[in-house]
Ligand binder design. Structure first.
Ligand code: NAP
Length: 304
């Protein structure tokens, strides 16, 4: 049974190359025929791990290709996910499984609504990868990936073991949304501040009280949503992440520096309307969102 990986960027490239290397049948789905021609001209997908760069001649196709899709890894950014799934929806088999690698929250529901018959699995990953150039991905740090169903009631798919044997560090969870919310909260406490202070994660130690205020509002929001366990020890974990990734630039800062759209709508932009609905005052988070939007506007970037 073949895998399809939609999006040959950082994470998609990493996943696809590992599947291919492990002998799994896998096909890339690229945006359009222009991208497909560019990919083919390069002879395949390059993956750098440590000092080694390998070229993997993975087959690739456009969204409108004729073959059907049984297992799909959706590896585009959150803001592209709905349009991307729509472009292949007609090709999905009735019992298709889709693994959603998007960070933040909001895009997963939008995708699931577009393909109600498919089993949509959500992932939360700490793996790191970046694009050196088009179709050349650099693995930037091992991590683990939690996977679960939105409803948390179904059994893990049998291919979880196959992927684990290929070197993926995967964990099944019955509460994937709590994990995604915890990660969203950590991202909200760190990423926007790194953009506003134009700093690496570690420099946020100089803004400890700002970080603490945000953590306290984020923890209150998680509790108000009935996710008390995801709120526990949030500030300590944020501080630990800041220390462990002191030398890193957050993904949001990298997006801004590259002049790319951020995923803010799926992080702060997803959390704030929920706080409003719950009538929970979150003035620090609101102010952070306003400042971030102003900074994005200043840089000529989309504010959503
Ligand atoms: P990325 O490097 O920008 O790759 C996204 C890829 O999706 C690009 O190759 C893009 O194609 C492709 N794409 C977009 N729309 C498409 C469409 N309609 N059809 C086909 N391909 C399409 O992004 P990423 O870093 O892999 O991030 C993907 C998601 O994983 C994000 O939500 C991110 O937050 C999350 N994540 C990433 C990392 C990481 O280390 N990179 C870690 C944790 C979570 P083009 O090249 O043509 O634009």
């Amino acid at each position: 049974m073949s895998w399809h990986v939609l999006g040959a960027g950082s994470l998609g490239g990493l996943w696809a190359a590992r599947l291919f290397r492990g002998g799994e049948p896998v096909r890339l789905i690229l945006r359009d025929r222009t991208r497909l021609a560019q990919y083919r001209a390069g002879g395949g997908l390059r993956l750098t791990e440590g000092d080694t760069t390998s070229l993997y001649p993975l087959p690739a196709e456009a969204p409108e290709a004729g073959n059907s899709i049984r297992r799909l890894i959706l590896a585009c950014k959150s803001y592209d996910a709905e349009e991307a799934i729509a472009s292949v929806a007609a090709r999905l088999e009735p019992d298709a499984e889709i693994l959603l690698l998007q960070n933040g929250l909001g895009s997963q529901d939008a995708v699931a609504a577009r393909v109600p018959r498919a089993r949509c699995l959500r992932a939360s990953t700490t793996e790191g990868a970046f694009r050196e150039t088009d179709f050349h991905v650099v693995a930037a740090g091992a991590g683990q990936t939690w996977i679960g169903d939105q409803l948390g009631t179904q059994a893990p798919p049998p291919w979880l073991d196959t992927l684990t044997a290929l070197g993926f560090t995967l964990r099944w969870t019955d509460d994937i949304d709590a994990r995604l919310w915890r990660k969203l909260a950590i991202n909200c406490a760190i990423n926007p501040l790194t953009v506003l202070h134009r700093c690496r994660n570690g420099e946020l130690r100089q803004h400890a009280s700002e970080v603490a205020d945000l953590c306290s509002e984020l923890a209150a929001l998680l509790e108000a949503m009935g996710l008390a366990p995801a709120a526990q020890g949030l500030q300590q974990e944020v501080e630990a992440v800041i220390t462990a990734t002191a030398n890193n630039r957050s993904s949001m800062l990298q997006d801004v520096e590259r002049g790319q759209r951020t995923e803010v709508s799926y992080l702060l932009g997803h959390a704030l309307p929920i706080a409003q609905r719950l009538r929970l005052p979150v003035p620090q988070l609101e102010a952070l969102h306003q400042r971030l939007r102003a900074r994005l506007e200043e840089r000529g970037l989309p504010v959503d």
